[in-house]
Design a protein around this ligand. Structure first.
Ligand SMILES: Nc1nc2c(ncn2[C@@H]2O[C@H](COP(=O)(O)OP(=O)(O)OP(=O)(O)O)[C@@H](O)[C@H]2O)c(=O)[nH]1
Ligand SMILES: [Mg+2]
Length: 389
């Protein structure tokens, strides 16, 4: 599972990335600070099954604090995108390639309207226009890729598989290509789409393959009512309000030991000794969190993972009675899988050998034996039984 942070320059993508991953990356108030993509790991948060099962978990990756489990998610922060990007303006279209590996895109916009679509300072930009611009540039770019392949595509009777090959870097399913063709109402054999058909297909395909949620960032600079106004202008999108800057500051303070803070909470306790200036900054952040019910950044990740990508969480165990791996770690992993995944899909995520030699699965709650084709439910605790060594 990978989240891609995208959008026009100077909107706060790298600030949010740094907050999410605690990695130091370049952040500055001018366009095109980021050129090469930054890659890191963040965590979605979710109620753990430990309480229901009456055990205390020991995650191998991330924490579980007061029953809230951190589940690892990859995140990539991409260079800013400007009008004309698809034809090489700004940083060119390399970053459009960089985003092809993401399952969900989080488009960061400047809710305050104080930067324009090019990332330059502005008095009154309309952030909703950044959303239209991004979709248009992505579709133009995809359409150009398809155009380049038209001579080859037009010779193949099976257009669905031919297009799938061309778009292999998108990891598209056959169903996604079929649906996009159907929704665009265009031909699926001996494909020779003109400009209009290519754009229609691209827009439909992106809707399925690269769902977008909008991060209305810099909310700390905005008067009350801003988020509601933006939501009205973007009725087709999920819009989460956030402040990357406040989130980064709070997480840094927690890392430095000044406060105790969990990323999904709307308050923190001061635990370290702080200077007068630090106290003032902490008071400001505390008030911001209280008023806005948090910074919005963790909500963004959780919405992307569970709302937009519709992932489910499953817990693999090797001992179905103790819910442990072979080292005795209780509920060592929480995996994110696509809705509709089977026990065999889960085995594949664990190891290809285990999947290849899989015999059956066991539901750790009921101890019932499950077939490879069993469709997993959210929060299932599963033992995979395999003949693999
Ligand atoms: N007030 C405020 N400023 C923010 C917030 N998020 C980011 N900024 C500031 O906005 C500027 C741009 O932030 P970056 O994170 O570098 O933006 P970016 O989208 O990665 O920019 P490019 O890499 O140039 O595309 C910096 O000066 C940040 O400190 C926020 O939530 N509130
Ligand atoms: Mg950046």
């Amino acid at each position: 599972m990978m989240i891609g942070l995208v959008g026009a320059p100077n909107k706060g993508k790298s600030t949010i990335f740094s907050a999410l991953t605690m990695l130091d990356v370049q952040i500055a108030d001018y366009p095109f600070t980021t050129i090469k993509p930054n890659l890191g790991v963040t965590y979605a948060t979710r109620q753990c099954v430990e309480k229901e099962l009456g055990v205390k978990c020991r995650p191998r990756n991330g924490l579980c604090t007061n029953g809230i489990r951190q589940i690892p998610v990859n995140v990539v922060d991409i260079a800013g995108l400007v009008p004309g990007a698809s034809i090489g303006k700004g940083m060119g279209n390399q970053f459009l390639n960089d985003m092809s590996m993401a399952d969900v895109l989080v488009q960061v916009i400047d809710a305050s309207g104080k930067t324009d679509m090019h990332g330059n300072a502005s008095d009154s930009s309309d952030p909703a226009e950044e959303v239209t611009m991004l979709l248009d540039e992505m579709a133009q770019w995809l359409s150009t890729i398809l155009e380049r392949h038209m001579p080859g595509l037009s010779k193949k009777a099976d257009g669905v598989h031919a297009v799938m090959d061309v778009l292999s870097s998108f990891n598209a399913s056959e169903e996604q290509i079929k649906s996009a063709i159907r929704n665009a109402n265009i031909s699926d054999a001996y494909v020779s789409w003109g400009q209009e058909s290519r754009m229609k297909f691209s827009i439909e395909f992106l809707r399925l393959n690269k769902p977008i949620i909008v991060a209305a960032n810099k909310l700390d600079l905005c008067p009350a009512g801003t988020l509601e106004r933006i939501r009205k202008k973007l009725p087709d999108y999920k819009v989460v309000g956030c402040s990357g800057a406040v989130d980064l500051a709070v997480r840094k303070a927690a890392k430095a030991g000044a406060i105790r803070y969990r990323s999904d909470e709307a308050s923190f306790d001061t635990i370290g000794s702080v200077s007068e200036d630090q106290r003032k900054a902490l008071d400001y952040m505390s008030e911001y969190l209280r008023k806005n019910k948090g910074t919005g950044v963790q909500e963004l990740v959780n919405t992307a993972v569970f709302g937009t990508a519709m992932k489910i969480v499953v817990y693999p165990v090797e001992n179905e009675n103790k819910y442990t791996d072979h080292f005795g770690n209780v509920l060592p992993d929480a995996l994110l899988l696509g809705n509709g995944s089977t026990a065999l899909d889960m085995a594949r995520v664990i190891h290809t050998d285990i999947a290849e030699h899989m015999l059956y699965a066991v539901d750790a709650r009921t101890k019932n034996r499950l077939a490879k084709e069993y469709v997993l439910n959210d929060n299932d605790v599963i033992r995979i039984v395999s003949a693999a060594k």
